[in-house]
Design a protein around this ligand. Structure first.
Ligand code: ZN
Ligand code: ZN
Length: 551
């Protein structure tokens, strides 16, 4: 429609993750962020979820560009899938571009036009003039946007907190946000993640004090797990390591690659001779070692998980090691994180985690900071984003307290359209939206989970592996029995079935007692062994379901 601005969140307003918003005016459209969400526990076999962006593809000739707030996966993870279908330029700050470039390379999308934009620069995309405004967050180089549209000014905060002492010294640009307040902003879209929390979120620098305490007490090696994208945290560990005369070893593909990108772009400062390779571990005394790795969420295939169950080639936990989980326990992951903590304690490590020490601070603004943002920008209309329903409720209460009438606060569902024109703003219908389940990187794999399962069943069938184990010892007491449907005729292919049985028994006998005590780890192991075998020998991908019962 003419003379109407449509603001359409395609994801991120019903969950934390999947962040993606479309703005449309006449023949022009821009996309803000294109993020993923990691699967919940009831989505077996799914690697991650991305928003359904059909609406963007239907309007492909209008899309002038994609702007990104920062490099977190919940804002950039869907980008490769979108860019495979649509060739448009991408605009973001230098570190975000660095991280995205690496991601696109993995998907063979080197040809995409990537533009580095500095805070306070303005990018013109059709009728939209997008100004980048620096914010502080748990990743460096985050921005929000001030967007000039024919229907008024829009401010999108991105993910933010007000960190008065950021690790890199780059303060949030309060001045710009208040400038938008002075000019008169029509709509504010703001981060609701921590709207339930009172007060202020601690500065990232607070973590440093906890690190210093832990480092001064530690006699042995220190192993720290955090998010690979948390460059500030990695910087603080490196600084404290240098202070205590320790060397730093980074372990894990994503963390090494992110650190290298940040180092190349000047976002990470590493003193001479501090960063060593894993091979150097054997030449160091325990009290000289800090290992930084990933796996803080208990991910079964991560370095930390392998260390915890003694499956790692080089790093073996021993008495005196200190392991720090320097990240938030994301709800839903508590059980797997708890298991890893138990495994580590059992091997003699001292484990320090969120519940017992201040080794993590959030990257998102709490109540007082959110109110300050509302007061700076003084918007006519307000849309809470980046949160589940309850976060948005808390955020909207804050907005009411700062004087925004309830009728000017808009709760949108994914795909709902907010229309803004001269006379006012109102909700107006819904475009195609939803979630797409992704298993692996292939484009062909991107489809609804049910469809994908059905298709896989139809093509390659299903293989059930049924094993009874003795609860305490983990010895197999019955099976493995193999039941398959639509995969091979069981009597015609007895050889394959026998091979599968043998393979399962063999890999079970190699498992450590800790893995045996954990059904999900056994299942993951069997699945990966069989997947590989069936692909190599038969080029088939049946659904593999290990069923393990204890007697
Ligand atoms: Zn973020
Ligand atoms: Zn986010």
């Amino acid at each position: 429609m003419d003379n109407v601005l449509s603001v359409i969140p395609l994801g991120g307003v019903e969950e934390i993750g999947l962040n993606m918003t479309v703005m449309e005016y006449g023949d022009d459209m821009i996309v803000i962020d294109a993020g993923l969400m990691f699967p919940e526990e009831d989505m077996p076999g799914i690697d991650f979820v991305i928003p359904d962006f059909t609406y963007v593809l239907e309007n492909r000739e209008k899309v002038r560009g994609i702007v990104l707030t920062h490099g977190h996966e919940d804002h950039t993870g869907a980008l490769p899938f979108l860019l495979k279908e649509l060739s448009v330029p991408v605009y973001a700050t230098p570190l975000t571009i660095g991280l995205v470039r690496e991601k696109l390379r993995e998907h063979n999308l080197e040809h995409v036009e990537l533009n580095s934009v500095m805070p306070r620069e303005v990018v013109t995309l059709g009728v939209f003039e997008v100004e980048f405004i620096r914010v502080t967050h748990s990743i460096v180089d985050g921005v929000g946007f001030g967007i000039k549209t024919p229907a008024g000014l829009i401010v999108h905060t991105g993910d933010f907190k007000l960190d008065p002492t950021p690790v890199d010294g780059q303060l949030m640009d309060f001045h710009k946000f208040s400038e938008y307040g002075e000019k008169g902003t029509t709509l504010l879209m703001s981060d609701s993640t921590n709207a339930e929390k009172g007060g202020f979120t601690f500065s990232e620098k607070e973590v440093r004090r906890s690190f210093e305490d832990i480092f001064s007490d530690a006699k042995g090696r220190i192993i720290i797990a955090t998010f690979a994208s948390n460059i500030h945290r990695i910087q603080q560990v490196i600084d404290v390591a240098a202070m205590f005369g320790r060397k730093v070893i980074l372990s894990g593909k994503s963390i090494v690659s992110n650190a290298q990108i940040a180092l190349d772009l000047g976002y990470l400062r590493i003193p001479q001779n501090i960063w060593l390779k894993l091979e150097d571990l054997k030449n160091l005394r325990d009290e000289e070692v800090v290992i930084i790795t990933t796996g803080s969420q208990g991910e079964p295939m991560s370095v930390l998980s392998r260390i915890a169950t003694d499956e790692h080639k080089t790093i073996h936990i021993k008495e005196g090691d200190v392991v720090i989980l320097s990240a938030k326990m994301i709800p839903g992951n508590e059980q797997s994180i708890g298991r890893i903590i138990n495994h580590l304690f059992r091997r003699g490590a001292n484990v320090i985690y969120e519940k017992v020490s201040e080794i993590h601070v959030s990257g998102h603004a709490s109540k007082e900071e959110l109110k300050l943002m509302l007061n700076l920008v003084k918007p006519k209309y307000f849309m809470p984003i980046h949160g589940e329903y309850r976060h948005k409720v808390y955020h909207s209460r804050l907005a009411e307290k700062t004087g925004i009438p309830k009728s000017n606060i808009f709760f949108l569902e994914n795909g709902e359209v907010l229309e803004i024109a001269g006379e006012g703003a109102n909700k107006s219908g819904k475009v195609t939206s939803g979630r797409i389940y992704v298993d692996g990187k292939g484009v062909g794999d991107v489809e609804d989970m049910v469809l994908r399962d059905r298709r896989r069943l139809a093509h390659d069938g299903i293989v059930l592996i049924i094993i009874g184990i003795e609860k305490l010892t983990g010895t197999i007491v019955s099976g493995p029995d193999i039941v398959s449907r639509g995969f091979v005729f069981e009597d015609a292919s007895q050889d394959i079935i026998n091979d599968v049985k043998e393979l399962v028994s063999e890999s079970m006998s190699e498992l450590s007692s800790e893995i045996i005590s954990d059904k999900s780890l056994i299942q993951a192991k069997i699945r990966s062994v069989l997947k590989k075998y069936l692909r190599n020998t038969m080029d088939r991908k049946p659904m593999i379901m290990p069923i393990i019962f204890e007697v």
